[in-house]
Design a binder for this molecule. Structure first.
Ligand code: FMN
Length: 192
């Protein structure tokens, strides 16, 4: 598929089947993340992939534990694929996805957030290319800022100098895959 068509087709999915993704596909998605543009060519972002349904759900609950609804700006994210903002009854930040990639970056590096999201973008595009549904999820630092989260980081050998910047959840879309979303107008200008 043409790359621009793929970009348009990719949507954030928040309804997942139970079916796990294949390890080979997960490895390709990780590889796409590792080839993302990165500040200064430093290749600093680190990816931990959780290919385990129960552990993904556990981290997804931690992701939402400190979600502060009082600071929401209003409006809805998606009627077809409701987010935690849209539906307060959703109790898992990973929406039942069977796998998640956690992208870590240095706490004190100015560009570790953009580095992580560049990785995430490459990963969701590769996932779409493979027919795998995905969604980028935020609140990396808060997710592990608790006893259970800290224990996982220790187990995985993540140094204190690094923190989770974002997540890419992965799985297969349950139900109808959303259509291409129209773009708002007047968002660009070409100067000759
Ligand atoms: C920086 C960033 C943070 C995001 N965080 C979340 C999140 O925490 N939870 C979620 O459900 N979606 C999250 N998303 C997905 C967006 O809600 C989604 O991309 C947006 O609504 C546009 O929909 P689309 O991806 O289907 O085109 C995030 C996306 C970006 C780029």
């Amino acid at each position: 598929m043409d790359i621009l068509d793929l970009m348009k087709k990719r949507r954030s999915i928040r309804k997942y089947q139970d079916r796990q993704i294949d390890r080979k596909d997960l490895e390709k998605i990780i590889e796409a993340g590792l080839y993302a543009p990165n500040a200064g060519g430093g290749q600093r972002a680190r990816i931990i992939a959780v290919h385990n349904r129960a552990l993904t759900a556990q981290i997804g609950r931690l992701n939402l534990a400190r979600f502060d609804r009082s600071r929401l700006a209003g409006g809805y994210v998606s009627a077809e694929q409701p987010s935690n903002i849209d539906d307060p009854t959703i109790k898992n930040g990973f929406y039942g996805a069977p796998a998640v990639c956690i992208i870590f970056g240095a706490r004190n590096f100015l560009y570790s957030v953009p580095d992580a999201f560049c990785c995430a973008e490459n990963m969701v595009l590769e996932a779409a290319h493979l027919g795998i549904a995905s969604c980028i999820v935020a609140r990396g630092e808060e997710t592990f800022d608790n006893e259970a989260g800290a224990a996982l980081l220790k187990k995985w050998g993540i140094p204190d100098t690094e923190t989770a910047r974002c997540f890419v959840i992965l799985g297969y879309c349950d139900g109808r895959y959303p259509q291409v979303k129209p773009r708002k107008e007047d968002r660009f200008m070409i100067i000759d």
